[in-house]
Design a protein around this ligand. Structure first.
Ligand SMILES: [Zn+2]
Length: 653
């Protein structure tokens, strides 16, 4: 009996076990299914959701490499800076637990927090309104339209240590001792370290360098054009946070600091640059032009030794300036060159053999060239006409009629080809930011004798009917200075790799022999005469021969030449027998002084004198004098031995 009962009991137990087992199986099955659904089927979405909500990621802008002058003065560098961010969602949920803030609407809460935050941040960068806008953000939309809860906004970027000091102190204080707004802010905002671009010399060469904006993007000038080389890798902070946005103590945290890109050694000579800026500042004060430009080239290497454009800006505070200040007018200002173009035409004429130095022509003040007429400037000034002239005389007197008549002996196609070879109507490739190509009408066909092309050709002879940039003209003059060999201008001499510290020096790039050395020499001699006896007398410098040409070009306003609006300029080289420097000075619409010989030539002389003074002997600049940033990182000098500077250190004539 006992045995049977036991058997039965055992059997009952077995049934119950089977039931339990089956039940467990079902439950397990359901769990497994659910797990399968969650982990396998829904996994990507689940993971994404977890990331959005639980993983806070802060992207840190990359840091740019340094910019050095040719003598390794630091022109631009990066220093540590502080950026402030917020998690608006956290701020709202934490505020719910504060009795004094709980009843506020989201907008009211944002403005309340913005007001107290503005008091703590010692910067003009943020306003109560901008903070309010940032803190009130709730949802952002991805490109595919899916909404994401905003858990990260920048409040202010790249602040100096002094600007965040008060905020740091407040965030460090114990919550109990803080007013309710700060108890909330303490949970939902943070400070992280980034880099900030600083320019130790302030405005020096600003239009060449450009600037880096707050998102770490290079804008204008070298910063823009060389962004890929200069820019390092972006960094990031990743942090696991709880539902309230508080970092989880044992959670995952990663910090990848931004890396610094390669540095550039520029061709700029900071001493000559400083003189260029000084001369232009003076010109702006004396003649009040709309814009002023100065270019200095080393004709043998194409090195841009100085490039100044006024009015300028301070790259340390670029946001205070209107965007038109950022343009480098040596590259972007295309204008009719006027008489400064005559030496280029003269070089093409001599080289082509169409005329020789002995060939003569006549100037009677006004010349009828068939369907058009050309006036010489003597008529305007009520002087006697120039009479019989050679090419040298035509340049010396800056006579439009002689230039036009000489030029018409050459087919336009040949003239065009010769001018294009000099780099006219194409970008110079200096790689210093945005550049205009200028303009010269291409020949309509091989037939050149139509009245229109003849008129056009006559105008080109004295620099009208075409557009050049100051840089293009300086490059053409540099070819004359360099015995006819045109070298591409350049702004970068070497690239210093951030990983190895090695400097890769870039070779000068000769574009081609434009005219023969003999022709180049003849033109230089003619340009010496312009300065010694002609319209460029005021460009003379004691103790050195100067070759150069003045220019006064009337501007076209509403389709007509407006005699009250002119561009005055002087382009020249020194010393004339073996030029070391090619210098161009251009003033756009001066309010006082309407002639290149009166205005630009003396500026050229003043500038040339200062270059000679500065370069012999080379004197170091006082860094502190021009320092606008309170501190900056000085990198140790380049380890690779530098090749001796080809132009600029010693005078050898
Ligand atoms: Zn004349």
């Amino acid at each position: 009996m006992r045995g049977t009962k036991r058997h039965i009991a055992l059997t009952g137990l077995g049934e119950r076990c089977a039931c339990l087992f089956a039940g467990a199986l079902i439950v397990t099955g359901v769990i497994a299914l659910r797990l399968f659904q969650v982990q396998v089927l829904a996994h990507p979405q689940a993971k994404q959701k977890a990331k959005e909500v639980w993983l806070r990621r802060i992207d840190l802008a990359p840091a740019q490499g340094n910019l050095y002058s040719r003598h390794l003065r630091l022109l631009a560098t990066c220093e540590p800076a502080f950026s402030v961010w917020a998690d608006p969602q956290t701020l709202r949920s934490v505020a719910q637990r504060e009795t004094t803030l709980r009843h506020l609407s989201d907008e009211a809460l944002a403005s309340r927090l913005a007001r107290v935050l503005k008091e703590a941040l010692m910067t003009e960068q943020v306003t109560v309104e901008s903070l309010q806008r940032a803190l009130n953000q709730k949802v952002r939309y991805r490109q595919d339209g899916t909404p994401i809860v905003v858990r990260f906004v920048w409040l202010a970027r790249q602040l100096q240590a002094s600007e965040v000091r008060r905020l740091q102190a407040l965030l460090r204080r114990k919550s109990q001792t803080l007013p309710p707004e700060w108890r909330v802010l303490k949970q939902g905002i943070g400070i992280c370290q980034e880099f900030r671009r600083v320019y130790p010399y302030g405005r020096l060469a600003a239009s060449v360098l450009g600037f880096v904006n707050r998102d770490g993007v290079g804008c204008y000038g070298v910063e823009r054009q060389w962004d890929e080389v200069l820019r390092g890798k972006a960094g990031r902070i990743e942090q696991e946070v709880d539902a309230l946005g508080r970092p989880i103590p044992q959670g995952f945290t990663a910090l990848v600091p931004p890396s610094i890109g390669d540095s550039l050694i520029l061709t700029l000579d900071e001493q000559i640059q400083q003189e260029a800026e000084g001369v232009l500042d003076e010109a702006m004060r004396l003649y009040r032009p709309r814009n002023a430009v100065a270019v200095v080239l080393d004709p043998q290497t194409g090195d841009v030794l100085a490039l100044a454009s006024k009015p300028d800006f301070d790259p340390n505070a670029y946001w205070r300036f209107p965007p038109e200040r950022f343009l480098n007018r040596a590259l972007s200002f295309a204008y009719e060159p006027g008489s400064t173009f005559k030496p280029i035409v003269a070089a093409v004429l001599l080289e082509s053999g169409a005329i020789t130095e002995q060939t003569t022509t006549e100037c009677q003040g006004v010349w009828k060239g068939g369907s058009f007429s050309v006036r010489c400037w003597v008529v305007q000034q009520g002087r006697a006409p120039h009479g019989t002239e050679t090419l040298a005389d035509a340049l010396c007197h800056s006579c439009n009629i002689a230039m036009a008549r000489f030029t018409l002996r050459l087919p336009y196609t040949r003239l065009y080809r010769g001018l294009i070879a000099f780099g006219i109507a194409r970008k110079t490739g200096v790689k210093a930011g945005y550049e205009e190509a200028g303009w010269l009408d291409p020949p309509p066909s091989e037939e050149w004798q139509t009245p229109q092309t003849r008129h056009h050709q006559a105008c080109v002879a004295f620099g009208q009917g075409l557009m050049v940039t100051p840089m293009q003209l300086a490059v053409a003059y540099a070819a004359i200075a360099n015995d006819g060999l045109l070298v591409q201008p350049r702004i970068v001499r070497g690239i210093k790799e951030s990983k190895t510290g090695q400097v890769r020096w870039l070779k000068p790039y000769p574009v081609g022999q434009v005219i023969s050395p003999a022709t180049a020499q003849k033109i230089r001699q003619m340009l010496v005469a312009v300065v010694e006896q002609g319209t460029g007398k005021r460009a003379r410098i004691e103790g050195v021969t100067v070759a150069g040409k003045t220019g006064t070009a009337t501007k076209v306003v509403n389709g007509r030449y407006d005699p009250t609006k002119v561009v005055v300029s002087f382009f020249g080289m020194l010393p004339a027998d073996r030029p070391k420097w090619v210098i161009g000075i251009v003033l756009d619409e001066p309010a006082f002084g309407k002639w290149g010989g009166e205005v630009a030539a003396p500026l050229f002389a003043a500038f040339g004198r200062r270059i000679l003074w500065r370069v012999q002997p080379p004197r170091p600049l006082s860094l502190s004098q021009h320092l606008t940033a309170p501190f900056f990182l000085l990198e140790p000098a380049v380890s690779t031995p530098l090749p001796s500077a080809r132009g600029g250190k010693t005078l050898s004539w």
